[in-house]
Design a protein around this ligand. Structure first.
Ligand code: ATP
Length: 196
């Protein structure tokens, strides 16, 4: 099955785009969901994360407090590398299995927010990059998550730039208009991929 990677910076519209592909009957596999799955109790990465970062990153119900863990690695490259080395092999293998076991679909979409940063490019055949102006992204994320400008800017600074993402793009979705115009772009790509 043809595998299309979907990526873009924080608040660019990846989920909105993926949801529309899903409405068009396309299988969507979400890397963030897989990360949550493999870092939940009962999976090997969960044990490895607790072994390295300690019980203090746990919620009272025994699950990982993602915000806490995020803070531990956000400004610490060495700790981030440890976490990535624990997670990536598991995420990779679950993602590959998810594609193999996906219900019949003309093609599938793999939403991988950090596609450039993690080097998962070899898992997909083509790449869509969703881009939106900085100001729009900040406005949308502020409204969605209640974060401050500074918090959003620092997340943007830690991610790849749109220029870096464009270098690996086969198709670019420009999300600076209405949701309707975004959906029309998705529908156009859907027709193209069905032909491929
Ligand atoms: P993240 O990387 O943070 O998960 P994302 O790339 O998945 O974000 P979305 O969640 O799809 O982005 O979009 C961010 C927010 O912006 C959502 O609340 C969404 O409804 C809104 N949004 C996206 N595109 C538009 C648009 N063209 N017009 C208005 N609102 C939009």
């Amino acid at each position: 099955m043809l595998r299309i990677g979907l990526t873009g910076g924080i608040g660019s519209g990846k989920t909105t785009v993926a949801d529309h592909f899903s409405r068009l009957g396309i299988t969507v596999i979400d890397a963030d969901e897989i990360v949550r799955h493999v870092s939940s109790p009962g999976h090997h990465p969960f044990d490895a994360i607790i072994h390295h970062f300690g019980n203090e990153i746990l919620n009272t119900d025994g699950t990982i407090n993602r915000q806490n863990l995020g803070q531990r690695v956000f400004n610490n490259a060495a700790e981030r590398q440890v976490l990535e080395a624990i997670l990536h092999p598991a995420v990779r293998s679950v993602m590959q299995k998810a594609v193999q076991q996906a219900p019949p679909s003309p093609y599938c979409i793999l939403v991988i927010p950090l596609l450039v940063e993690t080097g998962y490019v070899d898992l997909v055949d083509r790449v869509i990059v969703v881009t939106a102006d900085r100001k729009n992204r900040i406005d949308w994320v502020k409204k969605r998550d209640g974060l401050t400008d500074d918090q959003i800017e620092s997340i943007m600074a830690a991610q790849a730039s749109d220029n870096e993402r464009r270098k690996i793009a086969d198709d670019v979705i420009e999300n600076n208009g209405t949701l309707d115009s975004l959906f029309r772009q998705v529908e156009k790509l859907d027709l193209k991929y069905r032909e491929i």
